[in-house]
Design a protein. Structure first.
Length: 108
């Protein structure tokens, strides 16, 4: 996951997408571990070129977070509860919805 984040930070979005897609497949996609689904989907959303694709990944991240327990988060070495994930997840969703709505407002 760190390699994908590094690619994203260097602006190598396509390479990051490929790596996150490989990780997504490795964990079993939508049937995979909730912690890994949440993290991969969250980072995958950041490297999408279309806001609709970004939104789809952000929604996957939120759905995984909703199925995630504090115990599972702790098993992954984090000391924060799942609730700490929600501000970032909701902010990302809000930004997607705003970006989808703005072009429509200007077309009216």
């Amino acid at each position: 996951m760190g390699d994908g984040i590094g690619l994203r930070e260097r602006g190598e979005r396509e390479a990051a997408r490929r790596l996150f897609a490989e990780l997504w497949d490795e964990i079993g996609g939508d049937a995979g571990d909730t912690f890994h689904r949440c993290a991969i989907a969250h980072f995958m959303a950041d490297v999408q070129d279309k806001v609709e694709d970004e939104l789809a990944w952000d929604l996957r991240a939120l759905a995984a977070a909703e199925a995630l327990s504090d115990d599972r988060v702790a098993q992954c070495g984090l000391s924060t509860p799942v609730a700490a994930f929600y501000p970032s997840l909701h902010l990302n969703l809000g930004e997607c919805y705003r970006n989808i709505a703005i072009p429509r407002i200007h077309q009216s």
